[in-house]
Design a binder for this molecule. Structure first.
Ligand code: ADP
Ligand code: MG
Length: 243
């Protein structure tokens, strides 16, 4: 009987239940569990383990360079970031509503840290997130465009609920790159959530995009459903240095 059940569980791909079947039967006998309690226990383990594996897989696919958490973030050091506001974001309604987040400020103030921590929490809540250093994104867009595979690229990136575009503004874009970036933002607009970190404020983006009107079109779409968070202060990297 057990072997037959295991074979059937295998057919329906309930591998955790196969693993837990005998443990569960022993537990049920020892604790006088009802049929319902036993079934509930088995299914609970199956779902729990599937969720855990899904998170592991999503983390692997996320391209996050390191793991940063909110617990590691020193809110006392960084006054311009409101802890309560950030905690509010952890219900991820903003992802469900396809809203964006923008973190702007000088180097070292924690923009990337916050973006990674948000993406990490989003993944733990079951969302798919991808971290893109902007230079890699531009390379991939350029390649896809060159190979005539833009549509496939946009489809692939839209498989994620949240796309982090990190470090915009350090390098200016060439005209073609700015156009490709616009295509991407236009595609994601009201369709997927984006977090952008940038060392430049909006008024400086025209320089990054090399073109006032394309910068305006990009900003327009990004901020339609986003509140930019301007982070000020000293670089955290320099906190213990006497300069
Ligand atoms: P930015 O992206 O703004 O240039 P990062 O997020 O890369 O800065 O931060 C630089 C380093 O300092 C990282 O190692 C980050 O984890 C750390 N860091 C920055 N701000 C804080 C903070 N308020 N609390 C703890 N660590 C911080
Ligand atoms: Mg950064």
């Amino acid at each position: 009987m057990i072997e037959k059940i295991k074979a059937n569980l295998k057919r329906v791909r309930c591998y955790h239940s196969i693993h837990n079947l005998e443990i569960g039967i022993k537990k049920a006998t020892e604790n006088d569990m009802t049929c319902l309690e036993f079934l509930g226990w088995i299914l609970e383990r199956e779902c729990e383990n599937r969720d855990k594996n899904k998170i592991k897989l999503m983390l692997k696919k996320s391209n996050l360079p390191v793991l940063k958490t909110f617990d590691e973030f020193d809110f006392a050091y960084q006054h311009s970031v409101n802890k309560r506001q950030i905690k509010d974001w952890l219900n991820f309604l903003w992802i469900e509503q396809r809203e964006n987040k923008i973190f702007m400020g000088p180097p070292g103030v924690g923009k990337t840290h916050l973006a990674i921590a948000l993406a990490y929490e989003a993944i733990k809540s079951g969302f798919r997130a991808y971290f893109y250093p902007v230079n890699d994104l531009i390379d991939d867009l350029t390649l896809a465009n060159h190979d005539g595979k833009m549509e496939a690229f946009l489809k692939k990136i839209s498989a994620y609920d949240l796309i982090v575009i990190d470090e915009m503004g350090y390098l200016p874009f060439a005209q073609i790159q700015a156009n490709l970036f616009f295509q991407l933002i236009n595609h994601l607009y009201e369709f997927r959530s984006v977090i952008i970190t940038s060392n430049k404020i909006f008024s400086e983006w025209a320089v990054t995009f090399g073109d006032q009107s394309i910068a305006a079109a990009i900003i327009d779409r990004i901020i339609h459903h986003a509140e930019p968070l301007i982070i000020t202060g000293d670089s955290f990297r320099m906190r213990n240095k006497i300069v």
